[in-house]
Design a protein around this ligand. Sequence first.
Ligand SMILES: Cc1cc2nc3c(=O)[nH]c(=O)nc-3n(C[C@H](O)[C@H](O)[C@H](O)COP(=O)(O)OP(=O)(O)OC[C@H]3O[C@@H](n4cnc5c(N)ncnc54)[C@H](O)[C@@H]3O)c2cc1C
Length: 537
Amino acid sequence: MQRDSALARLRAGSETFDLLVVGGGASGLGAAVDAAARGHRVALIEQGDFAKGTSSRSTKLVHGGVRYLGQGNVALVKSALRERGLLLRNAPHLAYSTAFVIPNYSWWGGPYYAFGLTLYDMLAGRLSLGSSKWLSRDETVGHLPTVETKGLASGVLYYDGQFDDARLAVNLAQTAVERGAVLVNYCACVGLTKSAGQVNGVLARDGETGAEFAIKARAVINATGVFVDELRRFDDAKSSPMVTVSQGVHLVLPKEFLPGTSALMIPKTADGRVLFAIPWHDKLVVGTTDTPNVAASLEPRALPAEVEFILDHARQYLTRDPSESDVLSVFAGLRPLVKRGAGGNTAALSRDHTIAISHSRLITLTGGKWTTYRKMAEDVIDQAERVAGLSHKPSPTAALAIHGAGGALPSTKALQFYGSDAASISTLMAGDPALAAPIHASLAITPAEVLWHARQEMARTVEDVLARRTRSLVLDAQASIEAAPAVAALLARELNRDAAWTAQQVRSFTDLARGWLLRAPKGPATPARSPAVAQVA
Ligand SMILES: Cc1cc2nc3c(=O)[nH]c(=O)nc-3n(C[C@H](O)[C@H](O)[C@H](O)COP(=O)(O)OP(=O)(O)OC[C@H]3O[C@@H](n4cnc5c(N)ncnc54)[C@H](O)[C@@H]3O)c2cc1C
């Protein structure tokens, strides 16, 4: 996946693409894969890095959504469970089954949740990941060794999927490119072009040089997440907002807070939501929250109340009480929720997706969730074929292997998430042992991977490497700050950048990473600018 050649092709302006996708998150990348796999000529531009927005900040679940059953949305759950099964099949290097346990502190909890989860299993049909079952008190502690035992009556075990969201985004980008799509990151849509009142392309700006150019397309798909209304206003300055934005925060703790491989599911928090504590990359991810009506932003910040809410619940359910100083990283993501009239309770709004087509034929795709990205893409490309006047071709993505799938999983655990690419990274390491030495004692990241990210995965910045090509920033923000100078030096060599660029990269990454810490960072020396958590609005 090469940025320079892809950008040159877009800038040349000589082609009219069948479809142009704006936004490189789950929705846009899924759409690009689907369109390219059908044989359409498709381009995609992303203003930041792939998955820079919400798509790198999820709970990392591939799930039907147990709680939507409680809302009576059986069709949504059934469809998502099918998608869960397909993703585990098509990207086995990134998505896998995990045991989840609900601890019960009342006599009725066991039968109640066991009944609901049996229905959940049944809805998954042949794609079920295993049967749920009631657990005795001792079996519950066997799965969750540090669960609070005071008053514990029993537990319920069920299976759901987990994945690496940003790695999936990168692999989807590669899958699209392999099918002929043209993808460029750090390239923003800054306007729409029209002919006779109909959208016929976009005005794009290269984020690295500032150069602006037009890209022609028969139809444009707006997949910009919480920013969809901005693009809709390029189309029609008077269009009324379509999405409302809610924020969800996660804390990352050392794995000792919940050893083992099972995840803890808390079915009802103080505000009636579910909360998870999930083992992920040898750490524990705990979340999430639902704070309505926040402003759209590419780098949202956790509110102190959200941090406290998560810590409070973790303290109730775990024997060892986590405090702010235990938190390795805190990240916030924004949900683009399609408006259903007025109302402040976003937890009750639908997570189903919506496709809107404007009078001037701008196609907007929003809502949904990562788990259902493939179905969302299939639906939007069906619509886009009609809008663009393309002949209909059926979507082949239900059985399409995603880049990295295929062959046995790599034996080196640290490289497992690269799937079939792990062999090439190992070859780099074998050619030069210095490339195999970890960059930081607390992070599973080597120089060979950084070279791979720059050469094959379109990584352009230190943040791309530490936040999304590897998940270092999510797993340990302080260690990532310490690793930044080494990563910057490696990238500078690969991308042919000078010392000023290298220093600026370290500064801007450190500044950003401070927002993922709850405590003051330790070196390298950088100016303290952004607060660790936002002030309550
Ligand atoms: C806290 C939280 C937890 C979640 N957990 C889960 C989960 O466990 N499982 C699950 O299935 N789903 C989960 N979701 C939902 C899922 O993450 C989202 O539905 C999905 O990531 C949305 O993807 P998207 O592509 O629509 O938006 P985004 O990922 O935000 O992508 C939109 C992209 O458009 C780009 N963009 C914006 N404007 C422009 C422009 N003018 N030009 C070019 N590019 C532009 C942005 O930079 C961004 O990268 C969660 C969501 C949140 C917030």
